[in-house]
Design a protein around this ligand. Structure first.
Ligand SMILES: Cc1cc2nc3c(=O)[nH]c(=O)nc-3n(C[C@H](O)[C@H](O)[C@H](O)COP(=O)(O)OP(=O)(O)OC[C@H]3O[C@@H](n4cnc5c(N)ncnc54)[C@H](O)[C@@H]3O)c2cc1C
Length: 383
C-alpha cells in the first residue's frame, strides 16, 4: 500500500494554492459584495489550464487523473467556494457529457473552447418540483422530424446567466418515469431559451443560481446524448461518483480553511490569563477537527484512487461524500464557536465557511439520498 502523494502531486497542490492565494483571495471581499465572479478571474483560472485538467491532451486538456482533480478542487475551495464550484461545473458536469457522448462537431464547437475558458457550460437537472427524484421531472423533449422540441422549467442552475450551453435533462417518454429521461445539449442562444430570476442564497453567493425556461426550443436530433432515447439515467450514472468525490473534495477544502482559522485564533485569543487553546474544551474541539479532516482526506483520496484504478467505488464515493459533509459541518460549527462573537462577524472568513459548507448538503445528492445509495449497495452484497 502507498498512501503518499507523489512529488508531482505535491507540486501541483502548491501551484493551485499559490494561484488561489495570489489571484482569488484578494478579490473575495469584492465577490462577496457584488455576488459575481468577474470574468477576468475566470480567464485567469482558464489560463492555468485548470478547466482541461481531467480531459485528454489530444483535445487540449492536461490528461490529469481523479487524484489530481480532487487536489485542484480541494485547494480552490480552501480559498473560495464560489470559484471552486464554478470551476468544477465547467470542468466536470458542464462539459463531461459532450466529451463522452457529443459529436465531433459539438466537441469542436463547445468542448474545446470550454477548456480554454472561451465558452461556458452548465448542467440543468433540478426543477421547481424537485431535484432528487429525477424520474419525476416535467420538462419534455418530443421528437418532431429531425428535431426535438423542448418545453419546461429548471431552477437552481449555476451560472445560467453566463453560460453558453446547457446539458438539460428532459423526458422523451413522459409516462416512463426515470426510463423516460434523456439528456440534451441546448445552446443558450436558441429561440425559446430564457434565463429567469436569480435565486438569493446563503451559500457560494458569487456563483449565481438561476431559473431557466425552455419554451418550444428546437434542437437538432443529434443534440440527444447517447444516440437513442431512454438512456439519460445510464449516462448520468457514469458521472455521479465523480461528482460525489469531487464535491466532497470541495468540502474538505472549506473544512481545512475553517480549522486553520480557528486554530490560529485559539492560539492568540486570551481568556482567564492564557490562550484559549490551553483550555481543554477548546483544544478538544481542535483535536476533533483534526480527526474529521484526517478521515475525510483518506476517504476522498482513496475513492479518487479507486476511480483512477477503474476499481468498484460506488460505496466509497457515497461514504466519502456523507462523511465529509457531516464532519465538515461539525468543523465549521465548532470553528465559529471558538471565535466567540467574532464567529458571526462578516469581517471574519469563518462565517463564510459556515455558510459555504452547507453546499455539501445538496450538491451531488442530499445526505438522505447518499444513505439510501449506501444501504442499497449493501443490500446488493457490496461489502
Ligand atoms: C448552490 C446550489 C447550486 C446548485 N446548482 C445546480 C445546478 O447547476 N444544476 C442543477 O440541476 N441543480 C443545481 N442545484 C440543485 C441541487 O442539485 C438540488 O438542490 C438537489 O438535487 C436536491 O433537490 P431539492 O433541493 O429539490 O430537494 P428535494 O428533492 O425536494 O428534497 C427535499 C428533501 O427531501 C429529502 N428526500 C428526497 N427524496 C428522499 C427519499 N427518497 N428518502 C428520504 N429523503 C428524501 C431530501 O434529502 C431533502 O432533504 C443547486 C443547488 C444549490 C444549493
Amino acid at each position: 500500500m502507498d498512501f503518499g502523494f507523489t512529488p508531482e502531486q505535491e507540486i501541483f497542490r502548491r501551484t493551485v494554492r499559490d494561484f488561489a492565494d495570489r489571484v482569488i483571495r484578494p478579490r473575495i471581499p469584492e465577490m462577496e459584495e457584488t455576488k459575481e465572479i468577474p470574468r477576468d478571474i475566470l480567464d485567469e483560472v482558464a489560463a492555468q489550464g485548470f478547466y482541461g485538467l481531467r480531459y485528454p491532451e489530444e483535445i487540449g486538456g492536461q490528461g490529469g487523473d481523479n487524484v489530481l482533480f480532487a487536489i485542484l478542487v480541494e485547494e480552490m475551495a480552501r480559498c473560495y467556494m464560489s470559484t471552486a464550484a464554478r470551476a468544477m461545473m465547467q470542468c466536470l458536469m458542464g462539459t463531461d457529457f459532450i466529451h463522452r457522448f457529443g459529436t465531433e462537431e459539438q466537441k469542436q464547437e463547445f468542448l474545446i473552447p470550454a477548456l480554454k475558458g472561451e465558452r461556458y457550460g452548465t448542467m440543468c437537472m433540478t426543477e421547481p418540483s424537485g431535484g432528487t427524484d429525477l424520474g419525476a421531472i416535467e420538462t419534455t423533449a418530443m421528437r418532431d422530424g429531425d428535431e426535438y422540441v423542448i418545453n419546461g422549467q429548471k431552477t437552481w442552475i449555476t451560472a445560467a446567466d453566463q453560460c453558453d450551453f446547457f446539458t438539460v435533462a428532459a423526458k422523451t417518454d413522459p409516462g416512463a418515469g426515470f426510463r423516460g429521461v434523456d439528456l440534451f445539449l441546448v445552446e443558450k442562444d436558441r429561440p425559446g431559451v430564457q434565463v429567469g430570476s436569480r435565486i438569493d442564497k446563503l451559500i457560494a453567493v458569487a456563483s449565481g443560481c438561476y431559473e431557466l425556461f425552455f419554451r418550444n426550443v428546437r434542437v437538432p436530433a443529434d443534440h440527444l446524448f447517447g444516440e437513442e432515447e431512454g438512456n439519460g439515467f445510464r449516462l448520468l450514472r457514469g458521472i455521479l461518483n465523480d461528482i460525489r468525490v469531487h464535491t466532497a473534495a470541495q468540502g474538505l477544502g472549506v473544512a481545512r480553511a475553517a480549522y486553520e482559522e480557528a486554530f490560529e485564533y485559539a492560539q492568540q485569543r486570551v481568556a482567564f490569563g492564557r490562550p484559549i487553546i490551553k483550555h481543554q474544551a477548546i483544544a478538544h474541539k481542535l483535536a476533533k477537527m483534526e480527526v474529521d479532516v484526517a478521515a475525510s482526506r483518506l476517504l476522498i483520496y482513496h475513492a479518487a484512487w479507486l476511480m483512477d484504478q477503474k476499481l468498484p467505488h460506488n460505496v466509497e464515493a457515497a461514504v466519502c461524500k456523507y462523511h465529509v459533509t457531516e464532519g465538515g459541518l461539525r468543523i465549521v460549527d465548532d470553528a465559529t464557536r471558538i471565535l466567540g462573537a467574532y464567529g458571526s462577524s462578516m469581517e471574519m472568513d469563518v462565517q463564510r465557511y459556515f455558510r459555504d459548507m452547507r453546499w455539501l448538503l445538496y450538491g451531488a445528492g442530499t445526505q438522505t439520498v447518499i444513505l439510501n445509495i449506501i444501504a442499497s449497495e449493501l443490500e446488493r452484497g457490496r461489502r
